[in-house]
Design a protein around this ligand. Sequence first.
Ligand code: SF4
Length: 366
Amino acid sequence: MKAVISASRDNLLGLDKSDLRELAALCEEPQFRGAQLFRNIYARRQRDFAECTELPARFRHLLSSRYRVDYPAIKARIASRDGAVRYLLSLHDGENVETVFMPDEGRLTLCVSSQVGCAVNCHFCFTALLGVKRNLEAGEILGQVMAVTAAQRIPPATPFNVVFMGMGEPLLNLAPVMKAVRILADRDGMAIPLRRITISTAGIVPKIREMARETVRPKLAISLNASTEEQRTALMPLNRKYPLSELLQACREFPLGSRERLTFEYVLLDGINDTDSDAQRVAALLGGIRSKVNLIPYNAGPDLPYRPSPLRRVLAFQKILQDHHIPAFIRISRGQDIMAACGQLRLAGMESETAPVDVAPSVSPG
Ligand code: SF4
């Protein structure tokens, strides 16, 4: 416990109920005070211990003198014409991550990062150009949700979705990601139903199997993006280590709720992976997996050689999947007017507080 507290520099964000029970015990308070503190930090989003009035005055004073509840600072905020807002958040060591708020016909979604940068090196992804700096702690993942919901003035108890599709490969940082998920889903925490939380992976097969064994399990999305082993290896070198055949076998074995489907994300790249034959092969690959496919026309930007597939190709691809009874949805990246995929804010060097500018967010394909 001491190690947890000092590792996060006395910031209590990221500690779960059992950590906080232990903290209460260290402060010579009954353990149920830890559960009350948990509710104050996550459900009520209380940052000032003096306002936690259900706690006894002695405990509040002790907390105020020793600990803090810190959210990441907002370094830049860029609003899109379509309502999406991209945030650049600054962490305690000066590193930055991106978090995207996406409102869509009454549905609110937060796209969070799991690492600073990413090591996976998908060739169509801007975050890959950054490399990986470090993993995020659970508190830094939760801090993104806290900071952005506060900035967007989203009251506690408002339903929203959380997708791990920002910077980083969540399954390469599984323990802190799952700790954050459990706090997000806890009824005394942020009370977000698991069906509203999605972890998206480029396909780290052993970690998919590990996630399959979790008792508190969010939804899983797989970034597919290709219809053959060769094509996938060319776009996602990770496929050499975890080939499509092994990935799909892990998907077949992944436990699903009675009405749940695995999501496969497929970024459509003009002339690369968007032919009718690709669609036929994807339909064949997904045979026997209860799945749906999100087709994402590529959101082009500088520095990468890919172009988005034309709409007629997107529609043709969708029709072929639907003809094979695979639900297929076209997901237009949000915030096309304020730049493309995750990582671009950092790459663009926009690392100081900026006024909203006319450039928009989307999610990183992985
Ligand atoms: S698409 Fe996802 S997994 Fe691939 S490099 Fe980008 S952030 Fe990493």
